[in-house]
Structure formats: C-alpha cells, structure tokens
Ligand binder design. Structure first.
Ligand code: AMP
Ligand code: TRP
Length: 338
C-alpha cells in the first residue's frame, strides 16, 4: 500500500466547561497562535459536545462557549487566518464520531486514564458519553484530515488512541484515507500544576480557585494567588537538575520560562539563589503583564456577543467545506448507500 501524503493541517479543541486557565493558555493556546502565525492551515474548536459529557447548565454553557471564543481571539487567534468554530455547528464531527465508536475497541477505551480520573469511584453513574468521548475527539481531528494537534501533556493518550483508530479504519477497509496524526506537545509548560499542590494539574474544575490562575483574573488576584502559591523554604537552584525533587518550585519556574519565552536554564541563571520572597513578585509582574491585555480584550469582545456568534457561524461554513466531503467519502468507504 502506498502512503499518501496529507497536506499539513492543524486542529485543536478546548472544552467550554468553565473559564480558561493559565494551563490552557501556556499548554495549548500559545502554541495554537504560533502555528497559525507560521502560516499553517489551522482549525480551532470550542468542543461543546464534549463539555456535556458532564452536566452543564445550558445558560452557563452558552456563556462559556462565547467566552472561550473571546479568549481565543484575545490571545491572538485571528478569524481571518484560522477557522474558529464551536463543535456542534459542524455536525460531521458527531457523525464521524459514531463511525469511530464502531472502530474503537472497549479494551482501548478502558485504558484511558482521563476517564478513570474523571469517573473515579463513580463508574456506574457517569454518562456513556464520558466513556466514549475519545472516539469523538478522534473524529474532531480526522474529519479535517488534520496532521498536527497541539495540546498539553494530559491529552497524549487520547492522541495515541486517535492514531490507533485511524490505523484500524485504514486497515479494516483497505484504504489510506485517514492520516496518522502527530501530537505537538512542546514548551516549558506542557503540564502546568496547581498552585496549591505541585502533584496535581492546574484545572478549571479544581474546587479551589486559589489553585489556578484564570484568564479573567484581575492583576491583584493574580499577584495574590502567586504570593500564596505553595513553595518550599529553600532558595532557587541555579540549574534545572536542582528542581527535580521540588515540584512546586519547578512549576513556578516553568511558568516563568513559558511566559517569558526563555529556556528554563536561562531563567535559572537569572534567578538562581533567590528566595521565593524575591522571585514571586517577579513572576506576578510577568504574569500580569502578559495576561491583563488578554483579559481586557476578552471583556471588550464579550460586550458584543452577536459579533462572536457571527464569527462562529462563518467558521462553521468554512469548516463544512472541508468536513462534508471527508464524511461523504467515509460513508462511501464504509458502504452506506448515498
Ligand atoms: P481542557 O481545558 O481540558 O479542555 O484542555 C484544553 C487544552 O489545554 C488541552 O490541550 C490540554 O492539554 C491543555 N491543558 C489543560 N490544562 C493544562 C495544564 N494544567 N497544563 C498544560 N496544558 C493544559
Ligand atoms: N479532549 C480535550 C481536552 O479535554 C479537548 C478536545 C476535544 C481536543 N477534541 C479535541 C483537543 C481534538 C485536541 C483535538 O482538553
């Protein structure tokens, strides 16, 4: 079988299930913007169908979807350069998701650590959608024949599953139709940790607001959260090796490196030997200078939700020019009478 070459295309998504955090920004959105600005064709998505795998209040979901769109745009995603959509307005995602539910195996899904984490002890009472979610995620990507997917570290396993689904589909039907997607997990902050516990991921669903920096936090709140961030009593090391047993220190240094776009070694050369009492104000100042222009732009955009809705409707039309032919061809391969 010859391997067709797929034209590079970037796809990624974020759930509109709460506000954006610094983890989303550094782990995902910053890379979205870089890939867009490098001139690659890019599609970025508010994955509202994923969000409802756990209960969402309908009016909150609407608000969060628009706010996430505002966050994307305020961070530098241009609706002129990227296709910006919410998932439910492009029905081919869900349609291909069904086909992939019939390709993915139960055993593959049962290995997904995110499901195990989210379901916890509650495995019998979570939604079927939460379990099947990675098949829909594979469809989000492959319905565009996307070749590159920028994400944080926590999505690596889902992207491996996406590759397994593409491989099995191609094999079962004897085609080379879906590309084997490359994850793009890069930078100093692919896994930003909670400010309260260096062993837990910073997450919009953590019950403690002090554990995360929200993109909509004002300057005082950001500074206060950083000042109160959990640390240890030692001074900062001058080399990265000195961070290996110090998860909280490592997290703050990684955040600094990612925000200032410097390698960790360069940051440590600058701040090594300092106590946290001196370093935290520097980090707070840097975070505020990077985040407050974004949050004020988000507030400006949110004042005109109709404009956001127009952008998403236009994005959906552009997206469907890509997804409709790919879904049609998939149905034909599978043997659906058209
Ligand atoms: P979610 O908020 O779970 O929809 O995640 C959206 C994107 O942000 C995904 O690419 C995640 O990998 C990334 N992300 C979420 N939380 C973090 C974090 N704490 N550190 C790095 N990346 C993250
Ligand atoms: N699963 C991702 C998350 O929870 C969100 C997501 C859904 C996604 N579909 C995607 C990310 C496709 C990248 C590509 O963060």
């Amino acid at each position: 079988m010859t391997t067709p070459t797929f034209t590079p295309r970037v796809f990624s998504g974020i759930q509109p299930s709460g506000g954006l955090t610094l983890g989303n920004y550094l782990g995902a959105i910053k890379r979205f913007v870089q890939m867009q600005d490098a001139g690659m064709p890019t599609v970025y998505c508010m994955v509202d169908l994923h969000a409802i795998t756990v209960w969402q209040d309908p009016s909150d979901l609407q608000h969060n979807t628009r706010e996430l769109a505002a966050g994307f745009i305020a961070s530098g995603i241009s609706p002129e350069k990227s296709i910006l959509i919410n998932q439910s307005q492009v029905p081919e995602h869900a349609q291909l998701g069904w086909i992939f539910s019939c390709v993915a195996r139960m055993g593959w899904m049962q290995r997904m650590t995110q499901f195990k984490d989210k379901a916890g002890k509650n495995t019998q009472n979570v939604s079927l959608g939460l379990f099947g979610y990675p098949a829909l995620m594979a469809a989000d990507i492959l319905v565009y024949h996307a070749t590159h997917v920028p994400v944080g570290e926590d999505q690596k396993q889902h992207l491996e599953l996406t590759r397994d689904i593409a491989t099995k589909f191609n094999h079962d039907y004897g085609v080379d139709f879906f590309p084997i997607t490359e994850p793009v997990i890069e930078g100093a902050a692919t896994r930003v940790m909670s400010l309260r516990d260096g062993s837990k991921k910073m997450s919009k669903s953590d019950p403690s607001d002090a554990s995360r920096i929200n993109m909509t936090d004002d300057a005082d709140t950001i500074a206060k959260k950083i000042r109160k961030a959990k640390t240890d009593p030692d001074a900062l090391p001058s080399e990265a090796a000195g961070l290996s047993e110090r998860p909280e220190a490592r997290n703050l240094i990684n955040i600094y490196a990612a925000l200032s776009e410097q390698p960790v070694d360069d940051v440590l050369r600058e701040v090594g030997g300092q106590q946290f009492g001196a370093f935290k104000p520097l980090l707070a100042e840097l975070a505020v200078s990077k985040l407050s222009p974004i949050s004020s732009e988000m507030a400006r955009l949110m004042a005109d939700p109709a404009e956001i809705d127009r952008i998403l409707a236009r994005g959906a039309r552009q997206a469907r020019e890509i997804t409709v032919p790919i879904l049609e061809k998939t149905y034909e391969i599978v043997g659906m009478v058209r």
